[in-house]
Design a protein around this ligand. Structure first.
Ligand SMILES: [Zn+2]
Length: 503
């Protein structure tokens, strides 16, 4: 039902099979109103959206039996895959909906939704723990009831994971839904968190979920911002739905890859989509309100689509880290989330990162020490055991692998009985024997002045390497970076009696 084709970080390009065809993920899923459509779903299909989401509750109230007869695809005029939200949003807005979970489940089955969502009770943001816990319990009960009602089915029923910033509730929800047999999960993602750009909270919620359920596809509710999407993709989210393209447009908000702008504040239209290339800025601004909304909404859809496509290409190129960090520069709060990636709760991001990449990976500044390839290499080097009693440390140059360089050959000749190792601020110690292992074999490190205090992972790796071996003598060709390492004291800590800090 879900096949993963390419991965990088926790991001993945996959294929989700539904009764109305397959959907490539990551996918942005535009929200379509079942009754009033300002942009037709067929137009969305032409733009390349194979999956849309609509509201089953509104469909139920507005069409009732007619929808059961015609099916949701005919009602909204879309022949691709249709996901249906069952009213959770209405619960959030108006407190409750007047429909039983079992009735809703049968209705979603009857209208032939491809990806139906059981009636859930979203926790939103800022609910006290007890209350959030109660909402989680109700949602899980509804989900159980729903499966009993629908029985055998081709549809991909969604398990809504609630709990929000109460991370243990997120994990509890995810595990319970997984045990019930749900094959596609959806993370209830509080709009408040995303509107306040609390990306670090969002990243933690996703991480907690991924730790529990790493493999199954996961949808993120309500994510329709060009900054949220790449972060969520890097963390392993596969689908996102939002009405943001239209809501923003109604408010004259123009999406850009690095954020949104008010149409009134723009001096240029910095986009080449079909909308922006057919209007001058003034023309677009002075369109009648309804027409302007539609045009800006179409532009916004182009930006969202381009964002997802750029992420997919980055996954294929093994450049998802570079892209996520590049995006993080667009907003300080996004960088807060990326800074978390070095922590243990984000170790899952390494699991799907390829062990080898054809292109050299880039190291720029301290945040890059957290990238999974570097972490993985440092772990391996830390465990390296040398039979030698003498260590020669040498700064890594630009030629890879290190053992094929002239510098290495000279050192090996001069110190035939020594363990020769290079060092790099991001990779730590690189013993010559494993210098052909990726990414020691394949990286490009910018030659910037660096403060060693910004690279705690380097000193950890160096200490672990020294502790794991028993060198009597350490000879260091110290560059400006290594000179800050207080190597003499360090080496003495590890029982060596002799250190020379230059040749
Ligand atoms: Zn545009």
């Amino acid at each position: 039902m879900f096949e993963v084709r390419y991965t990088d970080l926790a991001a993945r390009i996959g294929r989700l099979e539904t009764p109305h065809g397959s959907v490539e993920t990551p996918a942005f899923v535009p929200v379509v109103h079942p009754v009033r459509q300002t942009i037709s779903p067929q137009f969305l299909k032409k733009m390349g959206f194979d999956l849309v989401i609509t509201n089953a509750y509104i469909t139920f109230r507005h069409y009732g039996d007619e929808a059961r007869k015609r099916g949701i695809h005919d009602i909204i005029g879309f022949d691709g895959s249709v996901m249906t939200d069952s009213g959770g949003y209405q619960v959030l807005e108006y407190g409750s909906v007047e429909v039983e979970p079992a009735v809703m489940a049968q209705f979603e089955k009857d209208i032939k939704s491809d990806i139906p969502i059981p009636l859930d009770k979203p926790t939103g943001y800022g609910l006290p723990y007890e209350k959030a816990s109660e909402y989680v319990r109700i949602t899980l009960e509804n989900c159980k009831k729903t499966l009993e009602v629908v029985g055998e089915t081709d549809a991909v029923w969604v398990g809504p994971v609630q709990g929000a910033e109460h991370y243990d509730l997120v994990e509890h929800s995810a595990r319970a839904l997984d045990a019930m047999g749900y094959q596609l999960m959806a993370l209830g993602s509080p709009v408040e968190v995303m509107e306040a750009y609390e990306f670090a909270t969002l990243a933690r919620m996703i991480a907690r979920y991924k730790k529990a359920i790493p493999a199954k596809p996961i949808h993120l509710f309500g994510a329709g911002h060009p900054l949220t999407i790449p972060l969520a993709i890097a963390l392993g989210c596969d689908m996102f739905d939002s009405a943001s393209y239209m809501l923003y447009a109604k408010d004259d908000r123009y999406m850009q890859p690095q954020g949104t702008a008010r149409l009134a504040d723009l001096a240029y239209l910095p986009c080449q989509c079909p909308v922006c290339s057919s209007y001058k800025l003034d023309e677009l601004r002075s369109l009648p309100k309804d027409q302007k909304t539609i045009e800006v909404a179409k532009h916004n859809l182009h930006v969202l689509k381009a964002e997802v496509d750029t992420c997919k290409q980055a996954i294929m190129d093994g450049r998802m880290w570079e892209y996520a960090v590049q995006k993080a520069r667009a907003h300080p709060k996004l960088m807060e989330a990326v800074q978390l990636f070095g922590g243990s709760e984000f170790e899952f991001m390494a699991d799907n990162t390829p062990a080898f990449k054809e292109k050299a990976i880039f190291f720029f500044d301290p945040v890059d020490q957290h990238r999974p390839e570097a972490r993985r290499f440092r772990q391996m080097a830390s465990a390296f055991k040398s039979a030698k009693k003498k260590l020669v440390l040498f700064p890594e140059g630009e030629v890879h692998p290190f053992y094929s360089t002239r510098g290495f050959k000279e050192l090996a000749k001069k110190f035939p009985d020594a363990q020769v190792a290079a060092y790099n601020p991001f990779l730590g110690v690189i013993p010559a024997e494993i210098s052909d292992v990726f990414p020691a074999s394949h990286n490009l490190t910018s030659r910037l002045a660096r403060k060693i205090d910004d690279y705690p992972s380097f000193t950890e790796s160096l200490d672990a390497f020294l502790a794991n071996n028993s060198f009597d003598e350490v000879i260091v060709v110290a560059d400006d970076f290594m000179k800050q390492a207080k190597l003499k004291a360090r080496v003495e800590d590890y029982h060596s009696d002799h250190v020379i800090d230059r040749l």
